[in-house]
Design a protein around this ligand. Structure first.
Ligand code: PAF
Length: 296
């Protein structure tokens, strides 16, 4: 596994792989502090690609002024061990100066899909994501790029960006990876106290409760489902709901509250963002109500 820190070194390493016929190239962009969710992306990338590139870059552009950019967890040594174990061929770890050598005046921005859910709570976040991912795609020029569905809105936004801008890369969305007790893996879980962590289980529990109530015919409308989500989450005294929404996926359009879930054509998303102390966690479930089976 090769570790490179500059764009020039990365381009050289990729050129070498391409000339040796080691294509297709799979790319796993990350912000580091890797966990089993990232490991699953690397494994999927390895199944589909001859060269696996991972980037580790905590991107300042996607953090708001009062967010956790400075304190975002970092552990390069452990990250490199995981990357090597899971089959990465090249790991790109640029500095902020390498990625942004001058104040950036160009922004990639996807409209509409970025105004709700995390886009509403974190203004500018998705512009930061789409801008850095565009830069990374331009540098790596991967055939495939792998993203976890825990950030389902990010997947929807990036797919739209790739389609709108004719980028020559296929976005591969990979399932959410959970702890045995249901907590979705996140680098930010490390912030949780023991009490917050145990209460955070209401996220996955609320999603499961709606799915089960739907199957039992106890939840039929969009409002019923939203109310159940909110009531399960509210049973945890430490939970402060940022949003609990049910939207179409991947268009992220609002559904009429009184409409039947089974009337929705195609996929819908139940999406949650909930704060426990200073930690904001997200979780979701994407599924086709007509078929009532989970896609993730
Ligand atoms: O999902 C993430 O970790 C980040 O948003 C990404 C895609 C690496 C861009 O910084």
């Amino acid at each position: 596994m090769r570790v490179v820190r500059t764009v020039a070194q990365l381009r050289e390493a990729l050129e070498y792989m391409r000339q040796g016929g080691h294509t297709p190239i799979g790319f796993v962009p990350t912000m580091g502090y890797l966990h089993e969710g990232h490991a699953s992306l690397l494994r999927r990338a390895g199944e589909m690609s001859s060269t696996v590139v991972m980037s580790i870059f905590v991107n300042p552009l996607q953090f708001g002024p009062n967010e956790d950019f400075a304190s975002y967890p970092r552990d390069e040594v452990r990250d490199l061990e995981l990357a090597e174990r899971e089959g990465a061929d090249i790991v790109f770890i640029p500095s902020v100066e390498e990625m942004y050598p001058q104040p950036i005046r160009t922004k990639v921005s996807v409209s509409s899909l970025t105004t709700q859910l995390c886009g509403a709570s974190r203004p500018g976040h998705f512009d930061g994501v789409t801008t850095v991912v565009s830069k990374l795609f331009n540098i790596v020029q991967p055939d495939y790029a792998f993203f976890g569905l825990k950030d389902a809105q990010q997947v929807a936004v990036l797919r739209r960006m790739v389609s709108d801008l004719n980028m020559n890369v296929e976005i591969i969305a990979c399932p959410i990876v959970r702890e045995n007790d249901g907590l979705a893996l996140s680098s930010r879980n490390v912030y949780l106290s023991a009490q917050e962590r145990s209460q955070a289980l209401v996220l996955s529990r609320s999603l499961q409760s709606v799915r089960q109530a739907m199957e039992e015919g106890k939840v039929r409308t969009v409002d019923d489902a939203r109310n159940l989500l909110v009531s399960v989450i509210s049973s945890s005294p430490l939970a402060v709901i940022d949003y609990a929404e049910i939207l179409t996926f991947p268009e992220l359009e609002t559904l009429d509250g009184s409409s039947l879930l089974t009337d929705a054509d195609g996929e819908i998303i139940m999406a949650l963002a909930v704060k426990f102390g200073r930690t904001r966690l997200i979780d979701n479930n994407v599924f086709i109500p007509k078929e009532a089976h989970a896609l993730v």
